[in-house]
Write a protein that binds this ligand. Structure first.
Ligand code: SF4
Length: 282
């Protein structure tokens, strides 16, 4: 049954000038963003704020999450210039907080962890003060891959739990709920100075209790930063939207999760895992 999008999901049009600058820099440095690849509703707002989330390791993923519009199939070779190009873009955009994410590359021996580490180091060579947040895949639970990222010392390691465990087979079939929690737990155990962050989409058929239980599971592994946003179906081929969650419920989720001890919670219909990411460490 097709549901009409409620008013609270309407997006305000932003000015285009900064957006054109951002797009020019990205094109010149052959960089991708998850903003563009995942049709993020906040793209105009973020680009006009001269910020973006870089998507590295190509545009094609080896997984098949049913909520995700990113391309699936034959992956591209790793671009060895990408670390330098990302650092250059950070400089040209004068970013103080940069978010780097990637598709999942189960076809690479370390899942691309070494490439993430190179990018973090290149940015730090440029400016030690830039806050680097990496939104990483689960590296199939491989500890030595995760160590490569941890040793490069980003300020924030983000790994999205995405949804509640009951929905994993339908929403994230190649991921494992406990494996994602384990990753966040290992980061805190190995380097407690690194902030951990995770994000969940709602509106996929979960109950409020299931969502709140997932908050508790994340807190139990020391997760400090949380994002909660409305799932929007990229197309009719993707997992359907089961429910448009009311802003009051997002307020409730924010209050409940803050009471659980999360340092920073962004909760709202248009919130995405790197939306206003710079606010978390303000
Ligand atoms: S692993 Fe990430 S990029 Fe790949 S399909 Fe899932 S959400 Fe999309």
């Amino acid at each position: 049954m097709h549901q009409r999008k409620p008013d609270w999901l309407k997006i305000r049009v932003q000015d285009g000038k900064n957006r054109a600058d951002v797009e020019e820099i990205l094109a010149r440095l052959s960089l991708h963003t998850v903003c563009e690849e995942a049709d993020c509703p906040n793209l105009m707002e973020c680009f006009s704020r001269r910020t973006a989330t870089f998507m590295v390791l190509g545009k094609t993923c080896t997984r098949n999450c049913t909520f995700c519009v990113v391309g699936k199939g034959t992956t591209q070779p790793v671009d060895s210039n990408e670390p330098l190009h990302v650092a250059q873009a950070v400089k040209e955009l004068n970013l103080k907080h940069v978010v780097v994410t990637s598709v999942t590359r189960d076809d690479l021996p370390d899942g691309g962890a070494g490439h993430f580490a190179d990018i973090i180091r290149q940015i730090k060579i440029l400016d030690q003060k830039v806050i680097v947040e990496v939104l990483i895949p689960d590296f199939k639970g491989d500890q030595s891959s995760l160590m490569k990222v941890i040793e490069a010392k980003p300020e924030i390691i983000n790994h999205n739990i995405e949804t509640i465990p009951r929905l994993y087979p339908k929403v994230r079939p190649m991921a494992i709920y406990e494996r994602s929690l384990e990753l966040l737990k290992n980061v805190k155990a190995i380097d407690p100075q690194i902030f951990t962050k995770s994000g969940i989409m709602v509106g996929l058929g979960e109950t409020e209790d299931e969502v709140i239980n997932t908050f508790q599971d994340l807190r139990d592994v020391g997760c400090e930063i949380l994002t909660i946003g409305q799932y929007l179906a990229p197309s009719k081929e993707h997992h359907p939207v089961i429910e448009y969650i009311h802003p009051d419920t997002f307020e409730k989720y924010k209050k409940v999760s803050e009471e659980m001890g999360f340092k920073y919670v962004a909760s709202g219909p248009l919130v995405r895992s790197s939306y206003m990411a710079d606010k978390a460490l303000d």
